[in-house]
Design a protein around this ligand. Structure first.
Ligand SMILES: [Zn+2]
Length: 136
């Protein structure tokens, strides 16, 4: 099983990880999946050389891929949001430049709130809160 949750709907534990932590986890899992018996017999093995079932190898790759996707999801308060805000605030409020950067900042925050990677479209509005007050 790739992750305990869907990449499109991460559980609270996975939501709490930063982009850098997701990237480290992806690298760790790929490293675990990168051992082979020998160059002549490239079937995957564990770090200690013991047998690794193909399903385990596939699961490591799938989990690494899921963490790599989650690593690319913007987060409120990250360095990119701070950089966009600094760029916007170099301009006088409501000039064309300020407005363009403010729109970019809003879109970045919308991606963060929706948990959507930047290379994918967001829903027009962030998910409506459910009865528990948590976004869907
Ligand atoms: Zn999870």
């Amino acid at each position: 099983m790739p992750l305990c949750c869907l990449v499109s709907d991460p559980c609270d534990r996975h939501k709490k990880l930063t982009g850098a932590e997701h990237r480290r986890e992806a690298e760790r899992l790929l490293s675990e999946a990168s051992f082979v018996r020998s160059p002549d017999h490239p079937q995957p093995v564990h770090r200690d050389g013991s047998e690794m079932p193909p399903s385990t190898h596939a699961a490591l790759i799938a989990r690494a891929h899921a963490h790599a996707i989650l690593a690319s999801v913007p987060q409120r308060g990250d360095h990119v949001e701070a950089w966009l805000k600094r760029q916007r605030d170099r301009w006088t409020e409501h000039t064309r430049q300020w407005t363009a950067l403010d729109n970019a900042l809003d879109d970045y925050r919308l991606h963060a709130d929706c948990g959507t990677p930047l290379d994918q479209p967001t829903p027009l509005f962030p998910p409506a809160p459910t009865e528990g007050g948590e976004p869907r």
